[in-house]
Design a protein around this ligand. Structure first.
Ligand code: NAD
Length: 302
């Protein structure tokens, strides 16, 4: 329900329902583009103007790519960009009805961001985290009202990936879960639900796949090119594990492995030191122009 007591299932409500996306990186810019395309007015914020502007450029690039592929019309691209504004801090949180956090994968940071959001947002705003591995219950532990928080896990690149993983925390209210599902469906996504366990379904699967490939490279079993080719031609994977980790971000993948290690204390999730070294060297993948491979035009794939 909105502040006026109206159900959000009426399609016209997307016109009134402002979405605030907090964190204008790879995921925040993609979700902002997708929500604007679905008719929502969207504000995309980050810690600096430079990062917010970069997020808008990424959103614009993702929409251009969709126009070239024929999945979005030029007119819809224009209207979507017209609905997307940017800002610093929690600009326009007080008028947002749906707030999606897409800040880095760090529990303390996310807790801090949600404490600020709770202090600034209307009491009936839906609070969602795009975390790929952190338990929603832990993120919401210090909120005054943790029943408002839910996990809505989008995939990269958002405009192209049809899946959303929906993660209710242990105290999330059923109404909030339903609103989150409606939002994801209105964005054109297929929703799968996961229990609130570290890594959920998808990140647990992805992190193990990438980590095993990193160990094989570390042990000299094969080259990264041959490992990627083996996964693609041997298992019909659309991308090899090193192409995938460069797309996701090596820092984000390492954070997911560390969350899995902390949560399960199982050797399956012991991160290969090579991943940690690459993060120290700031070779994070496409977003920094170099990861396992080099990307002459730095920035996330549209
Ligand atoms: N990269 C992926 O493929 C992927 C896929 C699904 C989910 N996720 C999850 O989405 C979240 C974001 O990941 P990403 O890959 O977009 O990261 P990213 O590093 O590309 O972007 C994070 C952004 O958040 C900003 N930020 C930092 N502190 C902030 C604050 N206090 N307020 C507002 N913005 C702040 C940063 O400046 C940066 O622009 C993470 O939780 C990640 O696990 C990532």
């Amino acid at each position: 329900m909105t502040a006026n007591g109206e159900a959000e299932s009426d399609p016209r409500d997307s016109v009134r329902t402002r979405v605030l996306v907090v964190g204008a990186g790879i995921m925040g810019s993609g979700v902002a583009a997708q929500a604007a395309l679905a008719g929502y007015p969207v504000t995309l914020v980050d810690v600096s103007e430079e990062f917010a502007l970069r997020g808008r450029e990424n959103a614009s690039r993702a929409l251009d790519h969709a126009v070239r592929k024929g999945t979005v019309t030029p007119a819809d691209r224009e209207s979507a960009l017209g609905r997307l504004d940017i800002g610093i801090g929690l600009r326009r949180a007080d008028s947002a009805r749906i707030i999606l956090e897409a800040a880095p994968e760090n529990l303390e940071l996310k807790r801090k961001v949600f404490a600020e959001i709770e202090a600034n947002a209307p009491p009936d705003a839906l609070l969602a985290s795009n975390t790929s591995s952190l338990p929603i219950t832990a993120i919401g532990e210090h909120l005054k009202d943790p029943t408002r928080l839910v996990g809505i896990h989008f995939f990269n690149p958002v405009l192209q990936m049809p899946l959303v993983e929906l993660i209710p925390g242990h105290t999330t209210s059923p109404e909030v879960v339903e609103r989150a599902r409606e939002f994801a469906v209105r964005l054109g996504k297929t929703v799968v639900a996961s229990r609130d366990t570290p890594g959920f379904v998808t990140s647990r699967a992805m992190a193990v796949l990438v980590n095993e490939a990193a160990w094989m490279l570390y042990e000299g079993v094969a080259t990264k090119e041959d490992i990627d080719t083996a996964y693609k031609l041997g298992f019909h994977h659309p991308m090899g594990p090193f192409e995938l980790v460069d797309l996701v971000g090596i820092d984000t993948t390492l954070s997911i492995l560390d969350v899995l290690w902390d949560g399960f204390r199982d050797a399956r999730y012991r991160a290969c030191p090579l991943l940690r070294t690459m993060v120290s060297a700031h070779k994070l993948g496409r977003k920094t122009g170099e990861g396992f491979y080099r990307y002459p035009a730095a920035g996330p794939r549209p």
